[in-house]
Structure formats: C-alpha cells, structure tokens
Design a protein around this ligand. Sequence first.
Ligand code: FES
Ligand code: FE
Length: 445
Amino acid sequence: MENQTLQDVKLSDGTKINDLVNADKGIISPRIFSDAEIHQLELEKIFAKVWNFVAHETEIPNKGDFVTRYIGNDRVIVVREETDKINVLLNVCMHKGMHLCRTDSGNSKNFRCIYHGWTYKTDGSLVGAPAAKEAYKGAFEKNNFKLVNARVETYAGLVFATFNEDSPSLDEWLGDAKFYLDCYFDRTPQGMEVVGPPMRWVINANWKSAADNFASDSYHTLMTHYSGVELGQLPPNPMFASHGVQVALENGHGIGIVGAPPNIPLPEYLALPEEVVTEVKKKLTEQQIETLRRSNFVPGNIFPNLSILNVMQLPGLEENEAPIPFLSMRVWIPRGPQELELISWFLVEKEAPQWFKDQSRDNYIRNFGASGMFEADDAEIWTGIARVTHGVTARQKLKLQYIMGLEADHDPKDWPGPGKITHTTYTEENSRNFFGQWAKLMSEE
Ligand code: FES
Ligand code: FE
C-alpha cells in the first residue's frame, strides 16, 4: 500500500476512483458496494486481470474429470486431460456461443454442444462438427475453432487460472502468501483432499463485504456471533478474538491468526490430532511449524475473492467436549453489485484418522455450511450492508471508517512468518491493504 499511485480513472459521472477509496487513511465510500458501473469495471480491471482460484486438484483426480467454475463472470470448465495436465477452458461454444458444458461436474473424454453438436476434446480442440462436409462444402478448418484456453498454474493443490497473458506468474502474485498457504493447505506429506462437492448458494451482498471480512475482521466476532458466546461456543471476554497477529501481504492478500489469550489455555496446532501434528512436523519449516503451533482461529483472503478459514470450534454443547478444527475455503463470485455466489469447500489432511475426518466435516457443516450458525450470522451482516449503502444520500454523503490500527506498530519481531505484522487482530490494516490493492487495479489503464 505504501507508494501507491492512483491515477485519475473517472466513472461516467466524473467521480474518480481515488475519491471513493483512500486506503492510506481508511476512508471508503459506500458507493463501491452498490454501483453497477463499478461492478462492471471490477470484472474488467480485476477479475479479468489477476489469477482466479477455480478448483482444488483433488476435485479432479482422474483423466477426464471436470468441474465447471467461474473467472469473474466468465464460465469455465476445469478439466484434467489425457496427459494429466489441468486445462481451464472458456465454457462457450465457438459456433454460436451456446453454454457448452451445463453440469457442475463429471468425467468425459469430450464436450458436445447441445445446439448443433460441435464436439471438443479436453484440451479444447475441436474434434468435429456433424455433417461438416455437407454443411460447409469443405470450407471448414476445425483447427481454427479451439476453445479459448486460460493460463493455469497451481500452488499447494490450489488451481488458479487467468485469461490475461500479461499477468505475472502465480508464484509472483502469491508472494509471501505462499508461506501461509503451506501452513494451512499443504502441511503434511500427502497433502489435503476436498471431501464431497462444494456447497453453493447465493447471497444478496457485494463480494467485497465478504472478502474484507475474511481478510480479516476479528472485531465482529463478539457482536455478530454473540449467540455463539451465549451457547458457550466462544469465550465470553470480548477481547478474546484480539490475541494474535494480523498479517498484511503484498498484492492485497491478508491473513489473521488468532491465538490463545493469556490465561485461557487453548490447544496448540488448532487442536489437530496427534497423528496429523506428527506429519506436519515432517513437512513444514521450523518457522511454519511455529506459526501453526500458535494458530487457533485463522481467516484470510487471497486477493481478490478466495477466502480461507481454518478454525477450531466445539463440536457440540456437551460439557468437556474437546474442540475440533476444520478447514474450509470459499470464493465469492461477483454476480452483480449486490449479489454474490458463494462456493464453499471442506478439506482435510489425507493422512488424518477417519474419526477426525468425520467430526471435522460435521463441525464445518454445523458452523460454516450453507445453513451453518456462523455462516448465517455473517450473511445477515453482508446483506444488511448491501441493503442500505445504495441509497442516494448514503452514496453521496457517507464516508466509511476503516481506521482501526492506523497508528499501530508493525514490528516483525516475535513472529516467525513474513508480511507486515500487527500484534493484535483488532486492527483494520488488512482491510486497508485489500482496498488499496482494489483501488490500484481499478485505477490501472
Ligand atoms: Fe454449439 Fe452450434 S452453438 S454447435
Ligand atoms: Fe464472522
């Protein structure tokens, strides 16, 4: 965010992007959460330019396995081809633009369009068209009609894609976020697996409300999730979620690592079972092991819209129950200025004992599945923001205050990982980092 240079990109009414977001001061216009023109610009200047998360490698383990996903508002097919390579293909038939593959997932050697039957291989090349000789009188060069292919790169089992030929490598884009992705997504020799198909549902909210919340807002825990306190699922002291660090990373990525408050003994390593911790120690570096040891509740966001959640929670409300952690990731697909589609996955270490896999998944569903208690709390907040920020006066007169922690120190000492460190999670440093990156990309020609 330092040295950020915003150019004078203007909306059609003359408003400049840098009049709407002053990330250094934490001042943000509500207009960015409700404006159709801004939504369209985001699709062009952010989602079409950067790496988008599309799938986990274990969702498509076999040749021919595919899932259908999004890059911004473009639909794509993520498919493992014969050579084991993963391709991401624009899900639009090259003939007359029909939606080519209309199912969520499956296994296939090829994709046949239901309009006229043009058929494509898993690398996107056209196998042929029905009655091509007769219909086209020989003037049909099928090599010209390959599906549009995205660039594809993976890290820690996470598959990213972009149609932008000029973007930096995924490695460069993730930068120091890779240290933390190792800790939470690739921490044992065999790695993670996605269990079951992801849950998908629609929320009447702007995607940035959710991404900012995960990037990460610990401050809301004791108010938004107060019912969790009343049920004994969260400690009653409102300061409990402030203990730990907030880590701002380059390119707008951010992570919050809430650890044990003084005098409240919480298990180390997120309460992972001993068998998993033993495997973790074989895979991670000393610094990463220490990071994980101090982790209890970890939300984060890889810019723009891949959020992560690795937290421990009580499995139920019985006395003396031990907390069980779960790992989820989710993308907030932008469907409109006030509508997002949420795709939410559950993951677990391949080496974990079956009892843990089962209990961890139950805990994810109960708390952060489509009808999960905490998920419903958060959705109510994001829809509430969407409901009121599009009013004429709200858009014209209001300035939202992301000012917490403006004066905080960022001393890296006593923290084993990289990034700009704030030694409390009660700060909005990561929000400013997120919106700073947003404004930067929105201001680029
Ligand atoms: Fe797909 Fe015609 S639109 S075959
Ligand atoms: Fe929340």
